[in-house]
Design a protein around this ligand. Structure first.
Ligand code: NDP
Ligand code: MG
Length: 380
């Protein structure tokens, strides 16, 4: 029986993690969870899974839940609550499925506490990959990828050595606007951007997929997780999302991982690694699919991907700026305050305005993150 602590239980990855736990009651038990503001769902989850610890974003919500679930569950709130969930002593593994760089500090604390971490929260690796990886190395902590591309690479790497890798080939579905020209992106609505062809995901990552920033964040995530320079990470457009990513080895062999697009597969693999468990549901039918397509990524068309490579290569605090400017602009777009193309304009402006700091510490990263968000808000 593996005991699981889950950050971001009410999100898209969070609820799919709960699906996996629900499907395997003999294998997994939810021992702690955090939510943001969705108290309605939290209530149902507490009733169903009976975790020992719950954390919510707001104090008033914590008080409400404490009244409703008097003795059975400890309810905390805010940043401290999130850290308690991340480090819960009873948990064997932490699933970090929170959204955004708010996940950084709890992740570092969980590493310090010696937790194995299944990480979906890519913004944490983008904003401070050096701090996370150094801490994990020092503590001997395993960071198990949940993101489907990184899970694919991780699966293809089993029995291999990182030194055998020539390059990583990350696949991209192309997102909601893959068949539109730049001109056709002028004036697109939030509703159109949220309509992803292959994956059902949270709002922010769906917008990131449409702008191709999601792939940019994933390139940086892969750089940190697999310790590979940016020149050896390629992105190829693959509209079916069947091949989740590939490794090309020095002897020219390419290993790929395939599957129907279902995040529960990589979530479950992170929870069962190095074993595998039965999964219900549809199997991949390649005859039914018939054809797989691959296209070159156009970096002029998808400027956010070019910005991510640039920020990654510059390194230091530049990826913190990239991430914070993106988080802030996507929130503004979702709020109908700016246009879709403003997202990339704001990211570019924020990066141009930044004096890079090499090897920033946690405090510096926190300050730059806040400062970048303030800067972007000021442009509206
Ligand atoms: P969602 O927006 O669906 O969920 C985010 C979760 O984080 C919710 O539980 C939300 O709480 C919580 N949350 C948000 N802000 C805060 C905060 N300030 N403090 C505490 N909790 C907070 O996101 P996704 O599940 O789509 O994505 C989560 C992470 O996983 C992201 O980093 C994303 O890039 C990554 N990922 C997602 C994939 C997907 O298929 N969705 C695929 C691969 C990676 P509440 O809703 O209660 O307010
Ligand atoms: Mg992904």
């Amino acid at each position: 029986m593996k005991k699981i602590s889950l950050m971001g239980a009410t999100g898209s990855i969070g609820t799919q993690t709960l699906d996996v736990i629900r499907e395997h009651p003999e294998e997994f038990r939810l021992t702690a969870m955090s939510v943001g503001k969705n108290i309605e769902e939290a209530r149902k989850m507490i009733t169903e899974f009976n975790p020992r610890l719950v954390s919510v974003q707001r104090k008033e919500d914590a008080e409400t839940l404490s009244r409703e679930f008097p003795s059975s569950v400890k309810v905390l709130h805010g940043d401290e609550g999130l850290v308690e969930v991340a480090c819960h002593q009873d948990a064997d593994i932490l699933v970090n499925a929170v959204l955004g760089s708010v996940g950084l500090y709890p992740t570092l604390q969980a590493i310090e506490a010696g937790k194995t971490i299944a990480i979906a929260n890519k913004e944490t690796l983008v904003t401070a990959g050096h701090l996370v990886m150094e801490a994990a190395r020092a503590k001997g902590t395993s960071l198990l990828p949940v993101d489907s591309e990184h899970s694919a690479i991780f699966q293809a790497l089993q029995g291999e050595r990182e030194k055998n890798i020539e390059k990583l080939i990350i696949t991209a579905s192309g997102g909601s606007f893959r068949d539109r020209t730049r001109e056709e992106l002028v004036g697109v609505t939030v509703h159109e951007a949220l309509n992803h062809p292959n994956w059902s995901m949270g709002a922010k990552i769906t917008i990131d997929s449409a702008s191709m920033m999601n792939k940019g964040l994933e390139v940086i995530e892969a750089h940190w997780l697999f310790d590979i320079p940016y020149d050896r990470i390629d992105v190829v457009q693959h509209r079916e999302s069947i091949i989740h990513s590939m490794i090309q080895f020095h002897d020219s062999s390419v290993m790929a991982q395939l599957g129907t697009p279902d995040m529960r597969v990589p979530i479950q693999y992170a929870l069962t690694y190095p074993d595998r468990l039965q999964r219900p549901g549809k199997r991949l039918d390649l005859v039914e699919i018939g054809k797989l397509h691959f296209e070159k990524m156009d970096l002029d068309r998808f400027r956010c991907l070019a910005f991510a490579y640039e920020a990654g290569r510059i390194g230091g605090s530049m990826t913190t700026v990239l991430n914070a400017a993106n988080e802030a602009s996507v929130a503004l777009f979702l709020d109908n305050k700016i246009s879709f193309l403003d997202i990339e304009t704001y990211i570019e402006k924020a990066m141009n305005a930044h004096q890079v700091i090499h090897r920033p510490d946690l405090e510096t990263i926190h300050e730059i993150d806040l400062e970048t968000r303030r800067l972007v808000s000021g442009w509206v």
